[in-house]
Design a protein around this ligand. Structure first.
Ligand code: ACO
Length: 336
């Protein structure tokens, strides 16, 4: 018998401050109309100075523990997926461990850009499946505004700040839980989406600052082409591998980078839009946070029932991409 991991709680946290497309019209040469039609984004959340990724992640983890009714000391492992760690080291996961009082957990970060949460979820699931750990927290959190250049209209309209988290525990029902993952990397895509400065190749200097290398660089068109193909392909492939098709899934929870990329996946799966969780209009691209944030909203809005088949699909910098298939294990909090 497989010792399967299941999601026993699902939470998120977003900052209160909203940056609308109309606010951005005042900063760069853009329009609300361009942003909405090219990306699907209407507004995004901004954390502001003095607070960091670990603060958002810690709030999401506190909410997770409250929802499940556990003390943070019961957590065994904390995995934080992020490309905007508070610092290079210590890990953001360690800062979260301290902030929530998870004294008995060990903790580390995962970096796979927008695919970070799914990569982290697969890692977290292994700890539970191996029988070595019983309560594993996986967080996706990014303060994208800390690496966004508000002079570059190509990128500044896209990103926002958020955190989402799940708790993984052993499933008592063999059919419920994390069923399968398909994860991929292609390092030849590295050049299209990156943070050039501040690492060991280009340590922070007056030159890296002058070149804006501390901000996201993206060749949007190249990333778009790859993303729209790969995210759809991997979503179809994981369903096929498990003898399912689009009609079997209750909900697709895609990475929210661009509504047109999500469109591509929806069409390939042949599903209706009422089966797709979309909140890119409210939050923009929050990188590692998009999937746990969308999952948490879907769960809390009563869109998921115990036994539903949920499909995750993502694409991100690296390139990285993948999908995950979950048989949902929580009762609907709205119907209760
Ligand atoms: N407002 C107005 N015009 C703009 C803006 C803006 N905010 N941004 C770009 N434009 C202009 C461009 O300058 C260009 O003008 P030109 O033709 O005169 O040169 C024109 O609009 C078209 O630009 P494109 O880049 O072709 O626009 P496109 O339709 O491709 O949309 C976008 C750009 C939204 C970035 C899209 O390419 C995209 O979504 N790419 C993928 C993003 C993604 O999935 N990233 C991966 C995850 S992120 C992560 O991992 C961290």
């Amino acid at each position: 018998m497989v010792r399967r991991a299941y999601i026993s709680a699902s939470s998120h946290w977003v900052p209160e401050k909203v940056l609308t497309n109309f606010d951005l019209e005042k900063l760069v040469d853009t329009t609300d109309e361009w942003i909405r039609t090219r990306t699907g984004i209407e507004e995004r959340r901004i954390l502001g100075a003095g607070k960091a990724t670990s603060d958002m992640a810690a709030e999401a983890v506190k909410a997770l523990c409250k929802q499940r009714g556990i003390d943070p000391k019961e957590i065994d492992v904390i995995v934080v997926a992020t490309v905007t760690p508070d610092m290079f080291f210590p890990s953001t996961a360690n800062l979260v461990q301290e902030k929530v009082g998870a004294k008995n957990a060990w903790s580390f970060d995962v970096a796979a850009a927008c695919s970070g949460f799914l990569f982290g979820l697969n890692i977290g699931a292994q700890f539970v499946q191996a029988g070595t750990h019983n309560k594993v927290v996986v967080v996706g959190a990014d303060k994208m505004t800390s690496i966004t250049n508000y002079r570059d209209r190509n990128t500044c309209v896209l990103f926002g700040d958020a955190a989402g988290a799940v708790l993984l525990e052993p499933s008592e029902d063999d059919d419920i839980g994390l069923l399968d993952f398909m994860l991929h990397s292609d390092g030849s895509g590295a050049e299209y989406l990156m943070l050039k400065g501040g690492g060991s190749l280009n340590p922070a200097s007056l030159e890296t600052i002058a070149n804006d290398w501390h901000f996201i660089y993206q060749d949007g068109k190249s990333v778009f082409k790859f993303a729209v193909t790969k995210m759809a392909e991997v979503a179809v492939n994981i369903l096929e591998r498990n003898n399912y098709s689009g009609k079997d899934i209750k909900m697709l929870i895609p990475h929210q980078a661009n509504l047109r990329i999500i469109d591509g996946t929806v069409k390939r799966l042949g599903i209706d839009y009422d089966k797709v969780m979309i909140n890119i209009n409210k939050y923009g691209n929050t990188t590692a946070a998009t999937i746990p944030l969308a999952l948490s909203e879907a769960y809390q809005q009563g869109k998921l029932d115990k036994g539903d088949l949920v499909l995750f699909a993502t694409f991100g910098g690296g390139f990285t991409w993948g999908s995950g298939l979950v048989r949902w294990g929580l009762d609907n909090p709205v119907k209760k």
